[in-house]
Design a protein around this ligand. Structure first.
Ligand SMILES: O=P(O)(O)OC[C@H]1O[C@H](O[C@H]2O[C@H](CO)[C@@H](O)[C@H](O)[C@H]2O)[C@H](O)[C@@H](O)[C@@H]1O
Length: 237
């Protein structure tokens, strides 16, 4: 097995804002045990920047992909490679300039991507989507708008957690293993498809994106329990 894990909503409970997340006690140690047991075949595939994951899941700098596949780290502690260009500064400025008209919306610039969170202002969802679609229209060849859990993300076209999984699956120690991807959001769907394409599985976590009747895990607590059992199992091998 090679294990690919999403972060927010899968490892971490959803919080009101991106900075308010809490890392459960023992989670990092659990991931380290699994990583050891799997010979290093564990990666984090996230919409966040990898530097943020480094801060959250310290002290390891995990293998993985950030900003939906537009940045990657191929070995533990290795450099973060920028796979896609940064967003055009003019676009970021335009988005930030529109914020006073969208009170409660949180902007999260992420280098090659940008997230706009409406969790604190759900009534602005449609207005926000309309504004963003208009703002990125001039960049239709290079950028796409992706919905997620109470957010819209502007991300580089052609990159995803799926492209990241396929890239990592070609290198040791992931190559030749059956990939398992666990995620809770629309941005995880390409990685589910990639994992299945390689003979593996995509497991869904319940939340705003996937209903309770179509999931494998009821939430991060359920994922944690599964990871704990997996850590025991791979430690015994
Ligand atoms: O791929 P992920 O690791 O799951 O990242 C997806 C996005 O997660 C974060 O936003 C989400 O979590 C926030 C904290 O719980 C929550 O407030 C927000 O509503 C969620 O959408 C993160 O801020 C984004 O950058 C990620 O793309």
């Amino acid at each position: 097995m090679a294990l690919f894990l999403d972060c927010d909503g899968t490892l971490l409970d959803i919080a009101p804002t991106p900075n308010a997340v809490r890392v459960p006690n023992g989670l990092v140690e659990l991931l380290k045990r699994i990583d050891d047991g799997l010979g290093g075949a564990l990666a984090i595939l996230t919409g966040r920047q990898l530097l943020e994951i480094d801060a959250l899941l310290a002290s390891t700098e995990w293998i993985g992909a950030g900003v939906h596949g537009s940045e990657m780290r191929h070995r533990v502690g290795g450099d973060i490679l920028q796979i896609a260009d940064g967003l055009p500064p003019a676009l970021v400025e335009s988005v930030v300039r529109r914020m006073p008209a969208l009170p409660g919306v949180v902007v999260e610039p992420k280098g090659s991507g940008l997230a706009l969170h409406y969790r604190q202002a759900p009534h602005l969802k449609s207005a926000l989507e309309g504004e963003l679609r208009a703002l990125i229209a001039p960049y239709a060849d290079s950028l796409v708008l992706c919905p997620g859990r109470k957010l819209f993300e502007v991300v580089p076209a052609g990159h995803s957690k799926g492209t990241a999984l396929l890239a990592l699956a070609q290198q040791p120690p992931f190559a030749g293993r059956r990939p398992i991807m666990i995620g809770d959001d629309i941005g995880d769907l390409p990685a589910f498809t990639a994992a299945r394409h390689l003979g593996g599985y995509g497991f869904r976590v319940a939340g705003e994106a996937f209903g309770y009747d179509e999931v494998d895990f009821s939430g991060p607590t359920d994922v944690y329990a599964w990871l704990a059992a997996l850590a025991d199992a791979v430690s015994e091998q």
